[in-house]
Design a protein around this ligand. Structure first.
Ligand code: SAM
Length: 431
């Protein structure tokens, strides 16, 4: 989501003043920070980053510095107080207003701030999507109305708002015309999608997936992130009927203890989560399941943690994300009693990550010798003579090939596992 938002900031600036991106901060006329406040560490980073660019302002007094994203939403005027050399502060829902904010800053000489939530207006004011690769993000909804007790998202991005069906389809069609073959539908809870149609009806996420799959130019569809509570039977059935939907589901569970899930206000039990996974696997037997885990939620006992480890054993997850609980100001969990020492929490996180790493290795092992459909995304980070792409189950695969294949599908046989990376050889092209 943040990558998508950063791309949109670049699009908006390009459309406004023909600005181009540069990798050299000392060449920039405008420096924008897109920030994340999901955990404290991410939030603190912005102030140290701002401190690093401050000297550039001394050598170039015309340089404008902006802070956007969720830290801007959360901290607002505090940013201007702590870093008075910042010129504009904008939230995730007002990034389309950047040109106005910059103009007002130049006209008045005063710092400008807009961190409001003007519903879905943003999307009507964003330039036409553009991409040069075979894969693109399409934002279908914004915000979150679940109010999990640990999470800051409803306060920084606002409540769930879905884009109308016709708007999403228009964006996808524009991308297909540019040669995009894979779309990743994004939002905080994409499976809560409820989009208005032109005739006054609404459609759900299952409908949207099928509508996009019906477009001949689309080869693969991904989505992220989803919430277990919105994993409807209709959506699960799409896995049985729609091969264009990839065999990968990222479904955050956070904990394997019913007591902790209730305290987190997740709205489902461990059994319900396992029932979803069982039904998804019945519809799509080879599906890879990945998840998010929070370790050390206030009051998490050794028994609660053991239940999470049990769930991990029962489900068998591929590459997943796990974090130590980070108290977020303004969220209910930040007020909860938390007696567990940090060393205990860190030791639990380590155990959990080791177990997931073993499961990841087993998945990689099972892919050895198989032929995977890989969408080539670019050059390999480690070896520019190699290409990097993603298999259907989201695993990165490196293989030797020509840069002309970037943005196209290839059939790649998996021949080697080097640490966490899969390597393979090209066995054919895919149309
Ligand atoms: N839709 C997702 C869900 O089902 O909860 C939320 C995605 S959230 C933006 C990304 C992940 O960040 C969460 O799944 C959670 O694991 C982690 N996260 C959120 N708040 C956190 C906190 N206060 N401390 C640690 N991790 C947190």
């Amino acid at each position: 989501m943040n990558e998508y938002d950063s791309d949109k900031m670049a699009d908006v600036m390009r459309a406004y003043d023909g600005m181009e991106q540069t990798d050299k901060p000392e060449e920039a006329d405008v420096i924008l920070f897109n920030t994340c406040s999901i955990r404290e560490k991410a939030e603190e980073k912005v102030f140290s980053d701002l401190g690093r660019v401050r000297p550039l302002k001394l050598s170039n007094p015309d340089l404008l510095i902006g802070v956007g994203g969720c830290v801007a939403s959360q901290e607002g005027a505090t940013i201007l107080k702590r870093a008075p050399y910042v010129d504009v502060v904008f939230g995730p829902q007002t990034l389309h207003r950047l040109p106005e904010l910059i103009r007002a800053r130049l006209d008045t000489g005063r710092a400008q701030m807009d961190i409001s939530f003007p519903e879905i207006e943003k999307f009507d004011h964003l330039p036409t999507p553009q991409t040069r690769s075979g894969s693109a993000f399409v934002s279908i909804m914004e915000g979150c109305s679940k109010y999990c007790t640990f999470c800051v998202v409803p306060y920084t991005r606002g409540e769930e708002v879905s884009r109308p069906l016709a708007d999403v389809m228009r964006d996808v069609n524009v991308l297909v015309e540019q040669g995009v073959q894979e779309v990743t539908l994004i939002g905080q809870n994409v499976n809560a999608y409820c989009g208005d149609t032109d005739d006054g009806d609404t459609v759900d996420f299952a409908y949207l997936l099928q509508a996009i799959a019906a477009l001949p130019g689309i080869v693969r569809i991904r989505y992220t992130t989803s919430h277990p509570r919105d994993m409807s039977q209709r959506l699960i059935e799409v896995y049985a009927t729609t091969p264009k939907l990839v065999s990968h589901l990222h479904l955050p569970v956070q904990s394997g203890s019913d007591r902790v899930l209730a305290a987190m206000k997740r709205g489902h039990t461990v059994l319900e989560y396992k029932s979803i996974i069982r039904r998804v696997r019945a519809a799509r037997p080879d599906i890879s399941i990945t998840s998010d885990f929070i370790v050390g939620f206030p009051g998490e006992t050794e028994q609660d943690f053991a239940a999470t480890m049990q769930l991990i054993d029962d489900v068998g997850f591929d590459v997943s994300f796990s974090y130590l609980y980070s108290p977020r100001p303004g969220t209910p969990a930040a007020e909860m009693r938390d007696d567990t020492p940090l060393e205990v929490k860190s030791a639990r996180l380590k155990r959990l990550q080791e177990r997931i790493t073993e499961q990841e290795a087993a998945v990689a092992e099972s892919m050895l010798g198989s032929v995977q459909r890989v969408l080539v995304e670019g050059l390999s980070k480690k070896d520019v003579l190699e290409l990097a792409g993603r298999a259907d189950n989201n695993r990165v695969v490196n293989f030797a090939g020509s840069p002309g294949m970037i943005g196209r599908f290839a059939q790649v046989k998996i021949t080697q596992i080097v640490r966490h990376t899969l390597r393979g050889e090209l066995v054919g092209h895919h149309e």
